[in-house]
Write a protein that binds this ligand. Structure first.
Ligand SMILES: [Zn+2]
Length: 163
């Protein structure tokens, strides 16, 4: 044991999404879309031969990408959300006067706002729960996400893991 720490990085996954940031003072207060970019990184020492099973990690990230692809991402703090009893339609009211009615399967509801910051946190929570915790990777010390709202505007979020 040499104390080596390795960082694995998944490929970049690209997906299309739309959202609205009603609190924004500029163009983001209108409905618009992005090509989202996700890359997950996992830092830890080797457990036997590898840090983690890279194939399973990629599969888990692909599942999350599929969940988001071509969806409308709604932040719980951005919009009033009305479920229509006996129907699979959801009504979203971003700012008190506009209304969108969409199929439940067309949206992803996340906590907070549909900003790069809160989308990153939602995805990171899922990776930790569905991969790190599920497979009990006690050797993993950090998990990170690089998230792009398009190719130019990127954010990096990293969390220490201690299981
Ligand atoms: Zn945007």
């Amino acid at each position: 044991m040499k104390g080596n720490m390795y960082t694995l990085k998944t490929p970049e996954y690209v997906f299309a999404y739309s959202h609205i940031l009603p609190f924004h003072k500029g163009a983001c207060s209108r409905i618009h879309g992005h090509s989202g970019i996700i890359r997950i990184s996992v830092t830890g020492n080797k457990l036997n031969e590898f840090v983690v099973d890279f194939k399973i990690l990629k599969k888990e990230v692909e599942k999350i990408v599929d969940e988001f692809d071509h969806k409308f991402i709604v932040g719980s703090l951005d919009c009033e959300i009305i479920e229509n009893e006996g129907s699979d339609l959801i009504t979203i009211i971003p700012d008190g006067y506009r209304q969108l009615t969409l199929f439940e399967t067309d949206i992803v509801l996340i906590d907070g706002h549909s900003t790069a910051e809160d989308i990153s946190e939602y995805i990171l929570d899922k990776v930790i729960e569905n991969f790190i915790m599920k497979y009990g990777y006690r050797n993993v010390k950090k998990v990170g996400i690089e998230f792009g709202e398009g190719p130019r505007n990127r954010i990096y979020l990293e969390r220490d893991i201690n299981i």
